[in-house]
Write a protein that binds this ligand. Structure first.
Ligand code: NAG
Ligand code: NAG
Ligand code: NAG
Ligand code: NAG
Length: 786
């Protein structure tokens, strides 16, 4: 023990001095200008600092002043300062997947910014199927990010969201994604990006980034890692599945950046593929921003993949393919020599820089004092506000999915239950709840703490951790459940099982978790509820089929307020309305399925099952879109067209001719190329009545699936999501919902050559139990008005 001593007067003066200095630093805790400091006489008059000039002109002026040596040092995430032009160094790499994160070196917590609001992991937020929630979260995250930038501890360029498709249930990064459906992932991307960036193109709040382009959804499986993986992908699957979210992110979300991935696609590293970067992202989708590499992926394509024989060639091939910024040092080290060797011209480098510098100008980085700018008022008081933390709680509540409710075991009643046994390795966790790419949360409510707000909880871990290697703690857990009025088991996974660089090897609960659940189920006195924390799906057939286990709830990784949200759902304060954004496959599904097999479509002749609900038709534990409520909703179609005309571009003559023009791909039925139609803004509208016949208010998500006409054999999915909309309906009342389906975007399918077409004929729409058929017909030549 230390004894308490009386401080000397010198010490007191010293302490006062420290307090004074802290006070000073507190109240001037704002960032110095990145460039164009109004007090710097040497730069004040330069054109690139003139906010009255168009950004294009300012960028051109700046590039004209830079030497080649200065330029190459701006091609990397750790961009050097250019002191003679009054430009400071800048770290481009920050992350904000579901809250401001310190995974990238551009952001640090501490001082006035000890933490930030930590929203649920993306897979959980996706389960809400609520696009306005996704945008609201983006707005809150960018408020906090700007505040931290103003305080000098964060950047303005955030390499989020991750919009790869959750193709294989084992993927360790599946948790970061909005699931397996391309339209849901794309809608999430566009909504979250809009929330982050705000809606003024020339005054971006922060710059978002959709990653990892493309067909990147394997981390480390059976000796194949992402740095060496060559994804063999058909043109059809690229267009139909892998690229859909990226296209929506760029075209609808107007994202500021796209990140290329580590892997190769059909033998070419994505960061060195001009077809993907220059042709698709920039020319076809018109990215208005910059393309960045994944971290060290330019190094990887040289060192690990040996794609080029010299580092200079690697630098040249990446920049020429359309890469603008390297996360990693490679381009700063090798680009100058690449120019000297004639592999690259200085113009190529300037053109890359013009994309990154334009972005910095749109972010206001060349506009002088940060505090004088549109978001300059944001500071520490705008981070972790009660409203922000309440939105994190709301997001968790909306994302929780009720999978089973046998005999109305849920909601639990506080009147009848005096004690609840709370068991399991995830029952009292905090950081587990925020998943990966997280920051430091403002505060946590663990499941145990949440449940304790409603009733007296008796806590037992049951397993030391999620690996659950032994049964040493089983007896105490069983004993607790024997004496409590109800039992809640909080089981599942964490980052030791599924993570970046770690794909799962199986789909079952790890170690002896299942055994613990079953043993508790045999002994427990009252109702038994199983709550799962995980990113990827788990084969919990044993619990689904065991009616001693009354309730089954998937909470994903529910974020900082996850425990409060779980308890609110269990005790009925909130009526669950989340739906699974991915298929829950049985363990058998993966037995003979290499993770490296990229084909989406099934192939019965070689026992290939196909992937995701769109192509896989075998047994599931729970299907995509599944989720129960404490209420019951009845749906009926109030009005919908039975025939719908698709105008065909006049000079293409008739649909018949159009089909004939491109019939290399044996098309049995008519299907018009989307590029030959005039249906850019054409949408099919239907009205659906949603009646809540239960006794509780609740939200219901309408998932509209379409089965395309038969006859497109192998190229159409057997069904696909074409629209979704969430609606709140009070108990006993009815709401009419208008749904519009963009015909060319969503009712189209992709043929084997990767061409998107609208199949003519009978499309069968299904929304829950409601069914409707609509016949698409081509409007004949001459009827078309342009
Ligand atoms: C960034 O570059 C600067 C200057 O070159 C160097 O001092 C600093 O350590 C670098 N930071 C990182 C994170 O690499
Ligand atoms: C999170 O949980 C760990 C382990 O129980 C504990 O040591 C830590 O203090 C908790 N952190 C917070 C912020 O509650
Ligand atoms: C294509 O259109 C032209 C003119 O309308 C018609 O004469 C011709 O028969 C059509 N061809 C086919 C294969 O339908
Ligand atoms: C969607 O989320 C927003 C934001 O939290 C919320 O206000 C709204 O009620 C949600 N919509 C439905 C139908 O639940």
């Amino acid at each position: 023990m230390a004894s308490i001593s009386i401080p000397s007067s010198k010490t007191i003066i010293f302490l006062l001095l420290i307090l004074f200095l802290l006070g000073v630093s507190c109240c001037s805790a704002s960032r110095e200008p990145f460039a164009c400091d109004p007090n710097d006489k040497t730069t004040r008059g330069l054109s690139f600092c003139q906010t009255s000039l168009p950004i294009e002109e300012r960028v051109k002026d700046l590039i004209g002043r830079l030497t080649l040596q200065e330029k190459v040092r701006l091609l990397v995430n750790n961009a050097s300062a250019v002191p003679r032009l009054g430009i400071k160094e800048y770290e481009w790499w920050s992350e904000a997947l579901h809250g401001v994160s310190n995974v990238g070196p551009g952001t640090k917590f501490g001082g006035h910014f000890p933490g930030a609001t930590s929203f649920p992991q993306v897979i959980t937020t996706a389960a809400s199927f609520n696009a306005s929630l996704w945008e609201s979260i983006g707005r809150v995250v960018s408020d906090e990010a700007r505040a931290m930038y103003n305080g000098g501890v964060a950047g303005l360029t955030y390499w989020s969201p991750n919009v790869n498709i959750l193709r294989d249930p084992r993927w360790g990064r599946g948790q970061e994604t909005p699931g397996e459906d391309p339209v849901v992932v794309g809608t999430y991307a566009a909504s979250y990006v809009k929330g982050l960036q705000g809606n003024d193109r020339n005054r971006l709040k922060v710059a978002a980034c959709c990653k990892h382009f493309t067909a990147y959804d394997l981390d480390d499986w059976n000796g194949v890692d992402r740095f060496h993986f060559n994804a063999k992908v058909s043109k059809q699957d690229i267009e139909d599945t892998f690229n859909v979210p990226f296209r929506m992110c760029v075209k609808e979300g107007k994202v500021a950046s796209v990140m290329c991935s580590y892997n190769q696609v059909n033998g070419v590293p994505t960061c060195a593929d001009p077809n993907l970067l220059k042709k698709t992202v920039r020319a076809q989708w018109r990215l208005d921003g910059y393309i960045v590499s994944d971290c060290d992926s330019v190094g990887v394509l040289y060192d690990a993949q040996h794609y080029t024989s010299t580092p200079e060639e690697a630098a040249a091939v990446a920049i020429k393919a359309g890469l603008d910024l390297d996360c990693g040092p490679f381009l700063a080290v090798h680009s100058e020599n690449a120019v000297k060797k004639g592999l690259l011209s200085e113009i190529d480098i300037s053109s890359a820089l013009s994309n990154t510098l334009t972005m910095q100008m749109r972010l206001g980085m060349f506009d002088g004092e940060p505090s004088a700018q549109p978001y300059g008022h944001l500071g520490p008081k705008d981070v972790c506000t009660p409203a922000h933390q309440e939105l994190a709680h709301e997001a968790a509540v909306q994302g929780i999915v009720l999978l089973k409710n046998h005999g109305h075991s849920l909601p639990l009643s506080t009147h009848r239950l005096r004690t609840v046994a709370v068991i399991g390795p995830n029952s009292d966790v905090n950081v587990t709840m925020i998943g990966n790419y997280a920051g430091v949360a403002c505060a946590y409510t663990t499941p145990l703490q949440g449940i304790s707000r409603y009733t007296r909880a008796i806590h037992q871990q049951g397993c030391a951790d999620v690996a659950c290697k032994d049964d040493k703690l089983f007896n105490a857990a069983i004993d607790a459940s024997r004496h409590a009025d109800a039992t809640v088991l909080v089981m599942g996974l964490d980052q030791s099982i599924e993570a970046e660089s770690k794909d799962r090897t199986g789909l079952l609960l790890p170690g002896r978790q299942q055994e613990l659940v079953s043993k508790v189920a045999s002994a427990a006195k009252g109702p038994i509820i199983l709550v799962l924390l995980s990113g990827g799906p788990i084969d919990v057939s044993f619990a689904k089929n065991d009616n001693r286990i009354g309730g089954l709830v998937w909470a994903g990784y529910p974020g900082q307020a996850g425990g409060a949200a779980i308890a609110d759902v269990l005790f009925g304060k909130h009526n669950p309305g989340g739906k699974l954004p991915m298929t829950w496959y049985p363990q058998d599904y993966i037995t003979n399925l290499p993770m490296t097999a990229m084909d989406m479509r099934s192939s019965p002749s070689n026992n290939y099952p196909g992937r995701t609900y769109r192509f896989y038709e075998g047994p599931v534990v729970y299907p995509f879109g599944y989720g129960l409520s404490y209420s019951k909703f009845l749906l009926s179609i109030a009005s919908a067209p039975t025939v719908f005309s698709v105008p065909v571009d006049g000079h293409r003559k008739t649909a018949q001719n159009t089909t004939t023009l491109t019939s290399k791909t044996t098309i049995s039925d008519k299907a018009i190329r989307v590029t030959h139609t005039r249906c850019n803004k054409l949408s099919l509208g239907l009205h659906v009545d949603v009646k809540n016949v239960g006794s509780r208010d609740g939200s219901h998500t309408l998932l509209v699936f379409s089965t395309p006409p038969t006859g497109h054999g192998h190229w159409a999915p057997h069904k696909q999501l074409v629209a979704f909309q969430k609606v709140r309906v009070a108990a006993g009342s009815q709401q009419r919902v208008r749904i519009s389906i963009h015909v060319c975007k969503y009712l189209s399918v992709v043929d084997r050559s990767g061409i998107r077409r609208v199949p003519l004929g009978q499309h069968n729409l299904h929304i829950g139990d409601a069914r409707h058929s609509v016949s698409l017909q081509a409007a004949t030549f001459g009827v078309i008005k342009s």
